[in-house]
Design a protein around this ligand. Sequence first.
Ligand code: ZN
Length: 135
Amino acid sequence: MEKIEHIGIAVKNLEASNQLFAQLLGVSHYKMEEVATEGVKTSFFMSGPNKIELLEATNPDSPIAKFLEKKGEGIHHVAFAVDDIVSEIARLKQEGFQILNETPKKGADNKLVAFLHPKGTNGVLVELCQEIKEG
Ligand code: ZN
């Protein structure tokens, strides 16, 4: 893994949290994106070199809605940048980690993503993400 790519925070109201985080960080979000397949609307902030992703559920069955129901608002996942997500998934599987989706799927921000089950990572939902390269 290369570095922490972003930290994902589950919020109830994206509009309100966009304002809150703009006040907190001193910069506005630079984009919003809906990932319909995941039932989520996201917004992104840069804090210096670091990225924060806010996530709001768009339907009651989405993973974010379930997270909010169980745990309330807060840190939802930590995402790590990887160069080759397929080989990283294979390596982590070999190490005994449980991968929630062994086939990477398209996430927000032009990324292929896969998640590790938090049961095997001290309760932290870990996201792997690889930039989708053109061609
Ligand atoms: Zn994420």
